[in-house]
Write a protein that binds this ligand. Sequence first.
Ligand SMILES: Nc1ncnc2c1ncn2[C@@H]1O[C@H](COP(=O)(O)OP(=O)(O)OP(=O)(O)O)[C@@H](O)[C@H]1O
Ligand SMILES: [Mg+2]
Ligand SMILES: [Zn+2]
Length: 482
Amino acid sequence: MYVPLARKYRPKRFSEVVGQEVAVRVLRNAVKQHKLSNAYLFAGPRGTGKTTLARLLAKAVNCLRPQEGEPCGECENCLAVDRGSFPDLVEIDAASNRGIDDVRAIRDAVSYSPIKGKYKLYILDEAHMLTKEAFNALLKTLEEPPPRVLFVLCTTEYERIMPTILSRCQRLLFSKLKDSQIVQHLKNICQKEGIECEERALYLIARLSDGGMRDALSLLDQTSTYGEGRLNTDTVEEFLGILSQEKVRDFLKLLLNSQVDKAIAYLNEINQKGYNLSRFCELLEEEVMDLILYRSLQEPERVVRVEDFHRSMQSVPLSALLYLEKVLNAVRAEARSRDFLRAFELAVVKTQIIKDIVPIGELLKGLSPSPSAKEEAETTKKTDPIELLEGRLDTFTLEVLRRARHEKREDKFLFYIKEGELTQEEINRIKTLEPRIDFVVEAKAEQEGLPAFAEKLKDMFGAKVISHEQRGKGKGPPDKGS
Ligand SMILES: Nc1ncnc2c1ncn2[C@@H]1O[C@H](COP(=O)(O)OP(=O)(O)OP(=O)(O)O)[C@@H](O)[C@H]1O
Ligand SMILES: [Mg+2]
Ligand SMILES: [Zn+2]
């Protein structure tokens, strides 16, 4: 008969428990130092080791040859607990025995001494399901417990346990397991089972299990069977109809870049292939939340597994991420009134405006030039006034200015030109174009100088110059068209 991995690999010793360091240490020391509490409350998420540790406690306190608080795993009591046939270990599902009569029955049974072991141990699973009356009846027992009786109350809903009960129990909080802890555990099991696995696939399983080892193991069970002993991301994705983190992140980038067409095409493609869009949307939202936390927290490492991906998204404005989160969050509500694909598509369309979301700082920068840009412009002005007029004057005039000697006087540029090199209109026009430019017109000693200069220009600019040459001789304003 096939034994599911979760059962086959249920830790048999404290040292085999993954995580839950505090609980393990408290229990092991209590056993070692004979300082057991009469009642414990194990609270924490599903499949994180509560029942496992309760059974380990039963084993450790009844083991015939315990070592440093660890059960030996070989004596008859240890073997009986492992087999589930130890008479002094009673597991009660509070969900189906939640009434006062059930608790009274426990209370009566409790008064008998242990049959085989030193301690009789009651595990009350789903303790939050007990009725109020049952809780009250239980209180009495917890208050004055018969000697050699231990209670372990397990719950996934700590808040629902009455304060009067809480105060009579030693409370141990169980936490979700980290992805890396789950992956390591799965890796060891794959090795023992001869399952060929890709680490990325294990991470995918871990992520989907949301910190629960039982879920992780049952996913490993199913996917490795599906993959016939081989496990890679494709097998996992295919089996579960979900997409890898990598693909989710690629899609996220499409949204942040407002690549709506591509994103919608991709959605339709995966929908057609039968992938679970709702799960995809959830994974996407998780990624966005991680990015938001990464961007907003001082020490994001405490809550987010920071990867290169997060660092590479450093420049995405926080406002864009918050907007995206809101849009994705609305998909589920939208999907109530329409088909999920349509709701998702609508969200994608809404991301179109993300490219317009510019952080306010950038916006201000756009309104007035940044100091450095201003400075830069300033220096150009200082060193090269002609640059300022480029494109605004005709080539001839510019060339005259280029050849003219100029100097800086306070914040003005003084150009020395020869009489007749530029007409008065031209001078005025330049001055209105660039008020910082002024002219000193030097009287011309040799009239012949000018034709020679004009000749040179004629060589340089060809026919165009002719009109300038004429103009140079005082024939009115330039005619732009010529
Ligand atoms: N911390 C852990 N270390 C190793 N394996 C674990 C751990 N937690 C859970 N498992 C695996 O998951 C299986 C189920 O765990 P367990 O029954 O202890 O969970 P639980 O916390 O009691 O969950 P629930 O709240 O659903 O009752 C175990 O058989 C074991 O294989
Ligand atoms: Mg349990
Ligand atoms: Zn033993």
